[in-house]
Design a protein around this ligand. Structure first.
Ligand SMILES: *Cc1c(COP(=O)(O)O)cnc(C)c1O
Length: 225
């Protein structure tokens, strides 16, 4: 077994352990989104060899470079966009990705909806919520989330399946996970994308249906170019 395959197996075991402790048979196995941004290709190849097929990237161009030519080889790939999306990259994002996790403002929602129609690719979307109300972070403010979710679904016709958040680095993640869960529940949204390398177990305990794990699988990332 390669190191990467071993890391993935370990994380899956941890996920199973948390799930068992929850004692809730209705809970389905959370999706493990392997965050491949700024990781060397050989590590991604190792994860593909081990059977990993769901990946997260935060930049459209970087993701195109890595995945465009791999797509034909792995038709069962699922690519999640997990980083902020500029409207001028929306067309490329719709063409490449399978899930858009970062819908967070009306201009972007409108443009994504138009692109999906144009390309006839109706992708599942998450609304990103800035649960910590951090000025530098993407995401709709919690107080505006309900109306924004309604806008995305009813006015734009987006297929909103769930909510996504990145809790502030210096706060207890638990209260943010609980807030997101509550928000999803009252809006009838089944999916919760929350939890990263340091807190995916806690996120699952709060009902995460997918976790985004990078460094715990692939190790430290290369610096930004
Ligand atoms: C980079 C990134 C991750 C992965 O972070 P790790 O701590 O390496 O697991 C998860 N979610 C988002 C939105 C990211 O940008």
């Amino acid at each position: 077994m390669t190191l990467i395959a071993n890391n993935i197996a370990n994380i899956k075991n941890k996920i199973i352990k948390v799930q068992k402790s929850l004692n809730d048979r209705s809970v389905t196995f959370p999706k493990l989104v392997a965050v491949s941004k700024r990781q060397p290709q050989y590590k991604i190849d190792e994860s593909l060899s081990s059977g990993q097929r769901v990946f997260g990237e935060n930049r459209v161009q970087e993701a195109q470079h890595r995945w465009k030519h791999l797509r034909p080889e792995y038709p069962d790939l699922t690519l999640h966009l997990i980083g902020p999306l500029q409207t001028n990259k929306a067309a490329d994002a719709v063409a490449l990705f399978d899930v858009i996790e970062v819908v967070d403002r009306s201009k972007l929602a409108k443009i994504l909806a138009a692109e999906m129609k144009r390309q006839n690719r109706h992708l599942p979307c998450f609304v990103q919520v800035n649960t910590g109300e951090e000025p530098q972070k993407a995401g709709v403010m919690p107080g505006e989330a309900d109306e924004f979710i309604r806008f995305c679904r009813e006015d734009c016709g987006l297929d909103v399946v769930g909510l996504m958040c990145i809790p502030p680095a210096d706060e207890e993640a638990a209260m943010h996970f609980a807030l997101l869960r509550e928000m999803a529940k009252r809006n009838d949204l089944p999916e919760l994308s929350m939890g990263m390398s340091s807190d995916f177990e806690e996120a699952i305990a709060f009902g995460a249906t997918s976790v985004r794990v990078g460094s715990a699988i692939f190790g430290a990332r290369e610096p930004h170019p």
